[in-house]
Design a protein around this ligand. Structure first.
Ligand code: ATP
Length: 322
């Protein structure tokens, strides 16, 4: 059995002239929590839809568990919480989960055991007999999470799982992700809540205008981007030249200097340089950048919304996520 749960090769999706996803090559291994980050319109949901074979790629290919994602046996191993869901408002919570479970081919006995467990886990035990039409947005998000976990999936796609949730709900999602990971579930997470991604993900890909612009482990992303604040009695030109060789994005405001370094191990070297240039050191403070700051430095602050092929083709404008 392959250890690669998700594999894409040159995956591409065009909607008419718009390239929503551009030649995406990605591999996610068993048990990983993989974050897929990008600004609005970057191509995250389109990618998830192709991974789930809900949207047909214009080019390239996808394999889940080494097989075609449309294969029913593959689908049986997957859970999915879509970003925009519309559940059956007339069904009660238990009826809804029973219906979903039957679609997965789960037995009545398995559902009888699993549904109360899940309702309890997502904090909806008291609403088991309430119709979904009477659920709040956060309650719907919680029942959505429950349906995504119903079949004990080996791979779960969570598209904005915390949108609409209060802080307690967000903490619950973090706990659930942690538990799923402990059980060996592979998790593909789209989220704009970067502090959550920072806590939960092993690796992240940053997607901009349909293209992955950076893919790295969370540990190296956070560790490799350290901001140094330096204050000395005089920034001699020779000292600045020496600092430029070991850091980047130097900014000098007259009394202090900030710069980015790739590794905190460089901090003693900076102190040494200051000393060697006969300068007094007043402040040398390293600070690891947050994922939000890293996101902005990678993605930028310009509006991004797909890229154009320049070809005029009305294409498939009807496909939308569930
Ligand atoms: P968000 O964070 O806002 O959910 P996203 O990264 O998930 O954004 P997508 O929904 O994948 O972005 O959209 C990527 C691009 O493809 C956007 O420019 C969007 O307008 C376009 N797009 C998506 N679905 C369709 C469709 N069915 N028809 C035409 N264009 C589409």
């Amino acid at each position: 059995m392959t250890d690669l749960v998700i594999e894409t090769n040159q995956l591409r999706k065009e909607y008419g002239p718009k390239v929503a996803v551009k030649d995406l090559t990605l591999q996610v291994s068993r048990g990983e929590v993989f974050g897929f980050l990008g600004p609005n319109g970057a191509g995250k949901s389109t990618t998830v839809n192709m991974l789930l074979s809900l949207a047909h790629p214009t080019g390239g290919d996808v394999k889940l568990f080494g097989q075609n994602p449309a294969n029913p046996q593959v689908r049986a191993k997957i859970g999915f919480l879509p970003e925009h869901f519309r559940f059956h408002e007339w069904l009660r919570a238990t009826e809804f989960l029973t219906f979903q479970g039957k679609l997965y081919g789960m037995s009545p006995a398995a559902l009888k055991e699993r549904i109360p467990q899940l309702l309890n886990l997502v904090g909806l035990a008291d609403s088991a007999d309430l119709r979904l039409g009477k659920f709040s947005k956060g309650m719907l998000q919680r029942i959505g999470l429950a349906q995504a976990m119903l079949n004990r999936p080996d791979l779960i796609f969570l598209d904005e799982p915390t949108s609409g949730l209060d802080p307690l709900g967000r903490r619950l999602v973090r706990q659930i992700i942690h538990q799923l990971k402990t059980e060996g579930t592979t998790i593909f997470l789209n989220s704009h809540f970067l502090s959550e991604v920072e806590i939960t993900c092993d690796r992240v890909a940053f997607i901009k205008a349909g293209q992955v612009v950076r893919l790295d482990t969370m540990a190296s992303l956070l560790h490799q981007t350290t901001e140094i604040k330096l204050r000395v009695d005089a920034f001699k030109p020779e000292l600045l030249t020496a600092l430029e060789k070991i850091g980047s994005q130097l900014q000098f405001d007259g009394s202090s200097l900030t710069m980015l370094v790739g590794d905190q191990e460089i901090v003693p070297t900076i102190a040494q340089l200051v000393f060697e240039h006969g300068t007094k050191l007043y402040q040398l403070s390293p600070r690891e950048k947050s994922l939000e700051e890293i996101f902005i430095s990678i993605i930028g602050t310009d509006g991004v919304n797909g890229v154009d092929t320049g070809e005029a083709d009305p294409g498939e404008t009807h496909e939308r996520s569930t």
